[in-house]
Write a protein that binds this ligand. Structure first.
Ligand code: FUB
Length: 318
């Protein structure tokens, strides 16, 4: 009997050791940003580094909406270790804006870095898009225009006051830059050479269950328009052979995060690997829809150019 108990105890010990080893939190690289809550990741590959821009989620634990006053930047050479930099841009850097450092994206052109951001306008009701500029990817950035680039009264595809949010910017192989943005309606327009003025008309793209967070990227000879789908959000995408469309809907790329009603993706290729960067509410303690954290997982393509569904992991990039 004593031997049976000894054997059983040994078995329990071995089993529990295995469980501890499998869930060792020191092996969990997601979320990648652990020093503060961050949402709406937008990654820029520049030279041999990735720069990760995000909004700072400052909402206290008992506050159930966004509290966001500044954007932050981190950088990495290997997607595993992330270096934090001083805060490069705040809502107060835009004198015409009053609040809400919502989703944004930075792009480089001719050695200058342009940061397109969502903010609440101070005098024109609704959300708007501003642009800041810097000589360095880590800033400091300053307002490039002294006024909004896009205001709510410039778009008529949706009646809501928050349809002009979530800019994503892309420079095509011929040098032409495009700005895509939107909530409930997906808008896009060309940007002039100076990157601070819209060139021509604002167009509208019809996409199934488009909520927000458009992201444009190219991989091989396909253009991809991924976006937040339904609400709470999954990420879906469409593909095209041209940045001007037509876009063919390809389905779901990432499932619900579950612990956050938004998921906001950024997609890049870096040193031969594709990455899906997103936020969820998994951070302990007090993570959630308004206290989000940025995560990264690998992204894979099928032979026909479609993307394989993302597997969100705790381990992240090992
Ligand atoms: O962070 C505020 C808003 O939540 C963003 O602009 C949306 O994309 C959603 O993530």
């Amino acid at each position: 009997m004593k031997n049976l108990f000894t054997s059983l105890s040994l078995l329990v010990l071995i089993t529990s050791c295995k469980v501890v080893a499998q869930s060792d939190p020191s092996k969990f690289n997601n979320p990648i940003i652990k020093d503060q809550y961050t949402g709406d990741p937008a990654a820029l590959v520049y030279k041999d580094k990735v720069y990760l821009y995000a909004g700072h989620d400052e909402a206290p634990n008992d506050f159930n909406f966004y509290k966001m006053n500044e954007w932050v930047v981190y950088s990495s050479s290997d997607m595993k270790k992330w270096e934090s930099h001083p805060v490069p841009l705040k809502v107060t850097d835009f004198k015409w804006a009053k609040s809400d450092a919502w989703a944004s994206q930075v792009i480089e052109k001719n050695g200058k870095f342009y940061w397109y951001v969502t903010v609440e306008h101070g005098t024109i009701p609704g959300k708007s898009i501003g642009v800041a500029v810097s000589d360095s990817p880590t800033g400091p950035f300053k307002d490039a225009l002294g006024k909004a680039l896009i205001t709510n009264d410039m778009t008529k595809y949706s009646d809501i006051s928050w349809d002009d949010i979530d800019p994503t910017v892309y420079i095509d192989t011929d040098g032409q830059a495009y700005l895509f943005w939107g909530n409930t309606a997906c808008h896009y327009a060309k940007l002039k050479e100076n990157m601070t003025e819209i060139d021509g008309e604002i167009h509208h793209i019809k996409l199934p269950n488009f909520t927000e967070a458009p992201w444009i990227h190219k991989h091989k000879d396909w253009y991809y328009l991924s976006y937040a789908y339904e609400f709470p959000e999954k990420i879906a995408y469409a593909m095209s052979k041209s940045i001007n469309g037509p876009w063919e809907f390809k389905g779901i790329l990432n499932e619900l995060a579950g612990n956050s009603n938004t998921n906001h993706q950024s997609i890049i290729d870096f040193k031969g690997q594709s990455y899906f960067i997103y936020h969820n509410g998994a951070s302990i303690p007090h993570g959630g829809s308004f206290r989000r954290s940025v995560c990264v997982d690998k992204l894979y393509y099928n032979k026909d150019g479609t993307m394989k569904r993302v597997v969100m992991t705790s381990e992240g990039i090992q």
